[in-house]
Design a protein around this ligand. Structure first.
Ligand code: G3P
Length: 200
């Protein structure tokens, strides 16, 4: 029973469309109608500005972390769900949210939150690589994907040392999600039309 409960709760937590709700509640704006049309933190920065962008980034990270911690909560502790699987389900909710007609974000911040909730060093590496790549290339999408690849290399190295294969497998799945959801960005990066940030 608790297994089903964790799956449903993880999906619902991931489904919370932070950017959409913050935009509607405080800016009277539907961020799906502006910028890239994406529901994620990047488009929130683009459309609503830094304050809303930071809040939505934190909320999206928190969704992943909270879902990952669900199986460790005493009341849910006898579920058979691995924390990382609960986290990955939240990422599916983030990408295909029941509260926003199943059109959600690109998996970056919520995936980072999953890794934060399970193994914080990989999150720290992810953030550092992301910021360096953002400074160098000025494209959030490219920085996100490169950070994902480095996180995967870290998880591989970690698996070889600690035999922690769950982290490797779920990180690989999250990176596949990120790349799959960035198909249009990859096309734009290739033909040189991906938008660049101007503030870093
Ligand atoms: O996290 C999503 C980001 O990498 C790209 O978003 O809105 O530029 O397509 P966007």
């Amino acid at each position: 029973m608790n297994t089903v409960l964790v799956i449903i709760l993880a999906y619902l937590i991931g489904s919370i469309p932070s950017g959409l709700w913050i935009g509607r509640a405080f800016y009277n704006t539907d961020i799906r109608e502006q910028g890239s049309g994406n529901l994620g933190a990047t488009n929130t920065f683009r459309v609503l500005g830094k304050k809303a962008g930071i809040i939505v980034t934190l909320m999206d990270i928190l969704k992943g972390t909270l879902a990952t911690l669900l199986p460790t909560f005493a009341i849910l502790s006898n579920s058979n769900i691995h924390p990382l699987v609960a986290g990955a389900i939240a990422v599916v909710g983030h990408m295909y949210p029941v509260f926003a007609k199943f059109k959600g974000g690109k998996a970056v911040a919520t995936s980072a939150g999953v890794l934060l909730g399970y193994h914080w060093p990989i999150f720290v590496i992810l953030v550092i690589v992301f910021l360096i790549c953002l400074k160098l290339f000025k494209m959030v999408s490219l920085a996100s994907m490169l950070a994902g690849i480095i996180a995967l290399i870290y998880a591989l190295a970690n698996a070889m040392v600690s035999h922690e294969y769950y982290l490797l497998i779920i990180t690989a799945i999250l990176v596949i999600f990120v790349f799959y959801r960035h198909r249009s960005n990859i096309g734009r990066i290739k033909n040189g039309t991906e938008p660049k940030i101007t503030w870093l």
